[in-house]
Design a protein around this ligand. Sequence first.
Ligand code: IPM
Ligand code: MG
Length: 354
Amino acid sequence: MKQYDIASIGGDGIGPEVTAQAMRILDAAAEQFGFSLKIQDYPLGTDYYLANNEIFPSSIFEECKQQHAIFLGAIGDPRVPVGMIEFGIIAKLRFELDLYINLRPVKLYDARLCPLKDKTPEDIDMLIVRENTEGAYSGMHGFAHKGQPLEVATQTMVYTREGVERAVRYAFELTKTRAERKVTLVDKANAIRAQDIWTRTFAEVAAEYPDVATDHAYVDAACMWMIKNPEWFDVIVTPNLFGDIITDLGASLQGGMGIAASGNIHPGQVSLFEPIHGSAPKHAGKNVASPVAAIMAASMLLDYVGEKEAGAAIETAIVDLVRDGSIRGVSTAMHRTDEVGDMVLERMRSTAGV
Ligand code: IPM
Ligand code: MG
């Protein structure tokens, strides 16, 4: 029997609650599809930091590296400075594990969840490939004359040929799983001239995929088209910062933070899966947060490690429950957190006839 080693980091706020549901579903999928999971729970997050004065001990980090995949619930807590835990955990994992793809499926499961009028699941089905280790996030910044009237602050956007090419190539390869087979480059090369490297690299890689259609949109226009004509998009590839922004826009098209999941991926190596929502401290511990996004992240995780059927079964259960109205919505307090977990488990079992 195949065994997968999974690190589970519940994190802050609602993170542990939604993670608990995702882990229940993973266990059920393992049983149903005949593989085994060794899930190691790591209590990292703000409480851990406050108790130990260390965010991510290197011994735990080394253990995480040995897993097939890592699951992360949510990070962030008002008791510590903004960004501290985010960077100590998410950014550390992204950079030190070189998770160069941030993959965010934007798929509408039912028109009821979409804030746009007259848009259906046929219209909203795209995969956003966000470059995940470079650009404005590469960390190169500085301050001169800090605190003085003439202070200067800079942050450098960094693009390497290899970094751009591997993201673009990943996007083109993804079209093999798609019916439409189109890649749209979203950038701002007309204003940010360094992004010409994206324009050139995209054209070169596209030439290797003559049967894949290509398109281009500047990021400002892309925001408009994603709202007006989301059906135009299939696979999108974009630099890190724009990817951060348009994937939240994408999440709202599919029903919001309660449903959107993502993978931080280095193909062939340990990769990280997370719901894209934050830790929502005010809802923590109340059993009211939607675990759907976390469960969808678990589905992506299984797909990634190679258990494609199991991953798809989880997604199908969610789609069915949303479409038949059992899951009434994915915003806070629509359901109890564990009630949604119960429903997904039950649906997976009944679909499998067990
Ligand atoms: C995301 C988040 C992170 C990002 C934050 C938490 C640093 O918004 O995963 O999109 O900006 O990448
Ligand atoms: Mg973001």
